[in-house]
Ligand binder design. Sequence first.
Ligand SMILES: Cc1cc2nc3c(=O)[nH]c(=O)nc-3n(C[C@H](O)[C@H](O)[C@H](O)COP(=O)(O)OP(=O)(O)OC[C@H]3O[C@@H](n4cnc5c(N)ncnc54)[C@H](O)[C@@H]3O)c2cc1C
Length: 535
Amino acid sequence: MVRPKHDAVIVGGGHNGLVVAAYLAARGLDVLVLERRPYVGGASVTEETWPGYKVSTAAYVVSLLRREVVRELDLKKHGLTIYPQDPPYFQPYPDGRTLMIWNDYAKTREEIRKFSARDAGAYEEYERTLNRLAEFVEPLLLMTPPDPTSSSPRDLIGLLRAARLARGLKKDLFSEVEILVGSARDFLDSWFESEELKALLCGQAVIGTFAGPRTPGTAYVLFHHVMGEVDGMRGCWGVVRGGMGRISECIAAAARERGAVIRCGAPVEKILVENGRAAGVVLAGGEEIRARSVVSNLDPNLTFLRLLDPQSDLPPEFVRDVKRFRISGSSVKVNYALSELPDFTALPGKKPGPQHRGTIDICPTLDYMERAYDEAKYGRWSSEPFLEAVIPTTYDDSIAPPGKQIMSVFCQFGPYDLKEGTWDTEKEKFGDRVTEIFSRYAPNFRGSVIHRQVVSPLDLERDFGLTHGNIFQGDMSLDQLFFMRPVPGYADYRTPVRGLYLCGACTHPGGGVMGAAGRNAAREILRDRRRGKLR
Ligand SMILES: Cc1cc2nc3c(=O)[nH]c(=O)nc-3n(C[C@H](O)[C@H](O)[C@H](O)COP(=O)(O)OP(=O)(O)OC[C@H]3O[C@@H](n4cnc5c(N)ncnc54)[C@H](O)[C@@H]3O)c2cc1C
């Protein structure tokens, strides 16, 4: 018998794959990461898209990254610097008014009062309620979801733990249920009357999600995005010095320091299964690499339906569930290099100001967002999309030539499946539309564009390996969360193939640059190893 060369081969060097590598290598395992692209990071990447401009091509801000991962992998020592955004949000409206959300409640109250005195009073309690709920959910993020159909002591203890946490919520439990199943619109309506405020807060509910504010389940997506923190400030988002790829590079450095080997430009074509267990991988070009365990950072579609032979390697009911897992793409990213900052009619100025440092949302009303979704629902990209822009150069002077700016615009909605045309023919038209809309609010914008890159759902699929361009490796709906993610009965990072594990955003706790899925998967792999299952 050929002796396996590695203890673990990790397919994909996204940030979660790298986290697994670091934790396994820290325990002395011989770990090899194989990444298809020329650099690590997956969707958390920085690319020199144009000479001198280091662009966060996909993910653009951080908040969800688990503090445990930052601490245990010494990411700060490896150079991770995060600038908390203040203000978090700026929204200009077509009538010339603006709304700024600050980290300081008193300042935010004054801003909201321009739209509604009642909402100004309610906002702080809204934030505090979300924070309390986040404290409840937080321990669940780093927990392996228990299987509610199992009677193993471990699963029963897990269920008991979750139930205990839920009990601790007391009357907030009802808000939690509303959040899990309700629509963002209903949830926000129950708190506020101002359309402008609700539209601003609702942005987080549709990011990466093929759903409108009225769609049940969107309240959870909103909540998912307020669960993080920067420097202990709950719900705060931040800009990473050097771009989002810096996070991945720091994790990669931690993994290497602990002994892991990372190979880029190494696309895996096949996962080897022998006698019902994972035996290694085959790279494009035919190189065979043997291992005691294989950990896939890819989504279930790629892992089970492409890299394995679903007919011979997997039980049919599992294959059916994998095919049912919804992975709908709906997001387009437009990245710009600019010669100057946008000069907003509603808040003029080309020198860096709060209007440039906050996340800039273009979404005047909830109906605007719903209409944007309506178009996408029927297979057209939104002609008036919801836009969320971040200008990282207002915090970070290391990513663009002096005096120049980078602006990342996340856009909803651009459905993966278009009724007419293809993304290759449509994407620049979509980019033109985004430029036009932004120029309505900041007339100097069009003239300031030096470069533009449109990343369509098809590009996300082709370049980043995200099926259908879904930014979370799978929809974040209630039926695909916790013990249901990605497939009921297999939410513990294991798969029907012994020695094959999942570790990406398609597993609990889902999408976002968090590192939680990777940390959880590593724990389960080490557990199996301790129990002698990975010989
Ligand atoms: C446009 C966009 C914007 C986003 N914005 C944010 C944001 O601002 N903040 C945030 O927190 N989250 C954001 N997200 C979500 C977040 O980036 C992802 O959920 C997260 O990065 C997923 O990490 P991962 O390691 O699980 O998987 P991935 O990043 O998907 O990594 C998988 C890796 O596997 C590699 N791979 C694929 N196939 C193969 C193969 N056959 N062989 C070898 N390697 C392979 C891929 O190249 C990739 O490196 C965004 C995502 C996108 C796409």
